[in-house]
Design a protein around this ligand. Structure first.
Ligand code: GTP
Ligand code: MG
Length: 575
């Protein structure tokens, strides 16, 4: 069948800014492009408030992306695949909306068909491999391999297809890139644009959930697997884990209205001692399936005794570290709330990306579980800070609840999780602070916060007396009795506070908060300054000295002195 091909041809890093714009327009209120923001946000110039326009609600985006993913396949291709021939070959099954390539243990293509029927045709023409000396589980998934056994030359003498990056650049490259900017505001947008998820990466995340759903559907045909956390809340960094939620609500009838009187039928079900026990047994079975039959899923671990039981595994074709949970609707709600806050004002995402990156660079956060502050807690701290501005940038959660309509009503395990989902109902105040001011003030705010007495509460938008002795108390927005940072010990909190103070001080110094004369690509001199200097792990690197041995971390005052000296020396050499 001859079909027209509307291919989204993706190009390398040169066209990344285009992709970022697409992400912004797809997942956030359309503020104008990040590049536009960069142009208008000169240092010390008041922040220009962009007019509101209709941003899609969290669930609208979820439903659209889930539907798109259901029309998509993931194909492992030979490295030198000719894109045109590849698409011509696939288009015999129907029109293709979009296709992009990326690398992860080989070359892969994500192909989105215009219609779901195309997948039927594709499945009919796809064979189960016959492998000598081994047996295969005949599972017809949407993870496929392109083989070429005939005379057709798929490469056609061409080099490899252009691949979309799925990981970030190393921190030192980011520091270099940011140091070339001429304002801290531009550094912040450069950091965010470099780190944020691309539209393609988000599509791939939804596709992996959809592939997993095909496995879980063996038991629960009407289930949905939804991504949550930083994959969808607007704060995800390329390379972040993929948190997934096995949503059985459409089966459980949780959302169905029960008839008041008269006859009705109900399913007989197996009873479990508790909701937790039911979740554990569901995840145990699905985890087993993923382990035994899930193509590309490796290192499956069932972590069923955790507070939130989960199945953890690596999805090799996408390179994602995956956590599959069930019955975790509060986390879904938290993701929706963060998405809403991030979409209200573009400064929210910029500040969260900067603070997360700064915290990671100094090991305040870690990918390993422990007594550290988590990215989620850190994000809530940024939101709280933005609620606490003299002219608040963000409304309180209680206010968002007041604005909610009947459609927004949500009670989960007895907790009221209601808040407005429609962006247009939210009136923002006229705060015009620049990103540079906000970053500086963030460090001052938490460098002097009364952590010993006070709790952070974004529902009320003000600090409250601490109800327990944990060093850091951040009230869980939807489960008020819980502290989201209960794991954080005194030492980690002290490190955070000390680093906030040090960073606040550094940003006040002229040597740090102004670009050095002669900086820029033409001179090749890009001494770290501003936010870039705050990301420097040690003085030796700030001074451009590559030390083979890991240096012992020096006290803050020494670090700052060394950094200042190195910058002064550079300036003197130049003059
Ligand atoms: P990354 O570090 O980029 O993965 O950020 P993340 O936001 O995805 O964090 P993580 O993977 O640790 O958790 C996924 C989601 O679970 C978060 O976005 C929250 O919605 C939720 N979550 C994580 N920790 C907590 C917690 O302590 N309390 C509550 N209520 N939700 C949490
Ligand atoms: Mg996560």
């Amino acid at each position: 069948m001859a079909s027209s091909i509307a291919v989204c041809r993706l190009r390398m890093r040169g066209s990344l800014s285009r992709c970022f714009k697409k992400v912004d327009s797809c997942f956030q209120r359309k503020f104008g492009t990040s590049t536009d923001a960069t142009k208008t946000d000169a240092p010390n110039k008041k922040y220009k408030i962009e007019p509101k326009d209709g941003s899609k609600s969290f669930y609208t985006v979820q439903e659209e992306k889930i539907e798109q993913a259901e029309r998509s396949v993931l194909i492992s291709c030979p490295a030198k695949t000719n894109e045109k021939k590849f698409l011509q070959y696939l288009s015999r099954h129907g029109d293709i909306n979009k296709c992009f390539f990326y690398e992860s243990y080989g070359t892969y293509a994500v192909v989105e068909f215009a219609n779901k029927e195309s997948l039927k045709s594709l499945h009919e023409g796809t064979a189960i491999p016959s492998i000598n000396h081994e047996a295969t589980v005949p599972f017809k998934s949407r993870l496929l391999s392109l083989r070429n056994t005939g005379p057709l030359d798929l490469s056609n003498g061409q080099s490899a297809p252009q691949c979309q990056p799925q990981t970030t650049i190393p921190i030192n490259d980011l520091i270099q890139r940011m140091s070339k900017e001429d304002s801290i505001d531009k550094q912040i947008s450069s950091l965010t644009e470099t780190y944020q998820l691309t539209e393609e990466n988000v599509c791939l995340r939804f596709l992996v959930c959809s592939l997993l759903k095909d496995i879980a559907a063996a038991y629960f045909p009407e289930c949905t697997i939804r991504p949550f956390g930083s994959s969808v809340n607007g704060f995800g960094k390329l390379g972040c884990d993929l948190d997934m939620f096995l949503d059985l609500d459409s089966i459980s009838g949780r959302n169905l209205k029960k008839p008041k009187a008269g006859l009705s039928l109900e399913y007989q079900t197996k009873r479990s001692a508790s909701e937790r026990a039911a979740t554990q047994s569901i995840l145990s079975v699905i985890g087993e399936c993923v382990d035994q039959f899930g193509p590309g899923c490796v290192g499956v671990q069932k972590i069923l005794q955790a507070r939130c039981p989960l199945v953890r595994f690596a999805h090799q074709p996408s390179g994602f570290q995956c956590d599959l949970t069930a019955n975790n609707r509060v986390a879904m709600k938290s993701s929706e709330l963060l998405y809403l806050y991030g979409g209200l004002d573009q400064r929210v995402r910029y500040l969260v990306f900067s603070v997360r990156c700064w915290a990671r660079a100094h090991s305040i956060t870690s990918s390993i579980p422990g007594a550290w502050i988590t990215n989620f807690s850190l994000t809530v701290m940024v939101l709280f800070f933005l609620q606490r501005r003299t002219i608040p940038i963000l409304p309180t959660l209680d206010h968002l609840k007041e604005l909610a309509g009947p459609i927004d009503k949500s009670v989960i395990e007895g907790n009221d999780c209601t808040f407005v989902s429609d962006f247009t109902k939210i009136q923002l105040q006229d705060n015009t602070e620049t990103l540079e001011q906000l970053l500086q003030e963030f460090f001052e705010f938490y460098g002097t916060f009364a952590f010993n007495r006070m709790s952070i509460n974004i529902r009320k938008g003000r600090e409250q007396n601490k109800p327990e002795v944990s060093p850091l108390h951040i009230q869980n927005p939807f489960e008020p009795a819980l502290n989201v940072s209960k794991n954080v010990n005194g030492t980690q909190l002290e490190r955070f506070v000390a680093l906030c103070r040090e960073s606040a001080w550094m940003l006040q110094q002229r040597e740090f908060n102004l670009p050095h004369s002669g900086n820029g690509a033409s001179t090749g001199n890009n001494a770290p300054w501003g936010l870039a200097a705050l990301l420097m792990p040690s003085v030796s690197q700030a001074a451009g000295v590559k030390s083979r041995k890991k240096r012992k971390r020096e006290p803050a005052s020494e670090r700052i002195k060394g950094l200042l000296d190195s910058l002064k020396n550079r300036e003197e050499k130049k003059s």
